[in-house]
Design a binder for this molecule. Structure first.
Ligand SMILES: C[S@@+](CC[C@H](N)C(=O)[O-])C[C@H]1O[C@@H](n2cnc3c(N)ncnc32)[C@H](O)[C@@H]1O
Length: 256
């Protein structure tokens, strides 16, 4: 006899809201896994042959978010080796987008790595044509925002933003002020690495010049401050809160 068809239904499970004790276990596991993940460099993955700094679980979550949001433009801060730019470009390509249709990925980083230059420019990866703009400089510099706005204005459409550069609290808060304006009504804004706060009291994140006090100054603190001041953005819990994630509480949707 053939087995019953497998479905994606969760109807048979206890609703999470009815079992807060289970939510606690998931949260606890999440914290433990992240510490292990950082120690073992679990986040150092590759996507289509390109180095990318995201947990495998987050790549699946990002795929769900991009598919549902169906953005014309994906703006990301933190190009690093170019992996997340190629990841987002490949999702758009799988969703049927071609470079000739307009839209695509805009990526910025304060440093240009040799890997990113090779991948996105000198020997372009097969999905590099969907990375439409690559900028080098401080992600919150006014000229940077102006350049992005000009690109988007020439070919307008839904915008999704992924903030994944310097995880300093004041920096992320300043970015939220400006990048939230790029997000179109109903669009998505993601702040990566809110779990940085959870790692701050572990040997994984020790005080440094770049991060003197990660417990007090981090993406989650910035996000809470931003959300306390705004009623046009709200957290969408569905995408990441049930699993292991480096941004379990920071997928936002703009009203509209
Ligand atoms: C966590 S890595 C990005 C990982 C990449 N998104 C990925 O998934 O592979 C952070 C990047 O942010 C960049 N960065 C740091 N400060 C920045 C700033 N003020 N503006 C823009 N980029 C910055 C760093 O140079 C680094 O490449």
């Amino acid at each position: 006899m053939l087995p019953s068809p497998v479905t994606n239904s969760t109807d048979w499970r206890t609703p999470p809201e009815a079992r807060p004790d289970l939510n606690f276990v998931v949260r606890d596991l999440q914290r433990t896994f992240l510490r292990v993940a950082d120690n073992l460099r679990w986040y150092e993955q590759t996507w289509l042959g390109v180095p990318i700094w995201q947990l495998p679980e987050d790549l699946v979550a990002l795929q769900r978010i991009v598919f549902d949001a169906d953005p014309k433009w994906i703006v990301e801060t933190g190009t690093k080796f170019g992996g997340s730019a190629i990841f987002f470009a490949s999702l758009l390509a799988m969703m049927g987008r071609t470079p000739g249709q307009g839209g695509g990925v805009i990526t910025v980083d304060i440093h240009e790595t040799a890997e990113a230059r090779e991948l996105l420019q000198d020997q372009p990866h097969r999905f590099a044509p969907l990375v439409r703009q690559r900028l080098v400089g401080d992600a919150k510099a006014p000229w940077m925002l102006a350049a992005m706005r000009a690109t988007i204005a020439a070919d307008p459409g839904p915008v999704l933003v992924f903030l994944d550069d310097w995880h300093d609290g004041d920096h992320v808060y300043a970015e939220l002020q400006v990048y939230s304006k790029l997000v179109t009504p109903g669009g998505i804004l993601i702040v990566a690495d809110t779990t940085f706060e959870d790692l701050a009291d572990t040997p994984v994140v020790v005080p440094s010049e770049k991060y003197p006090d990660a417990k007090r100054s981090n993406p989650r603190v910035a996000l809470k401050r931003f959300l306390a001041e705004r009623n046009d953005f709200a957290v969408v819990p569905d995408y990441t809160s049930k699993g292991i994630s480096n941004f379990p509480d920071s997928v936002l949707r703009k009203a509209g």
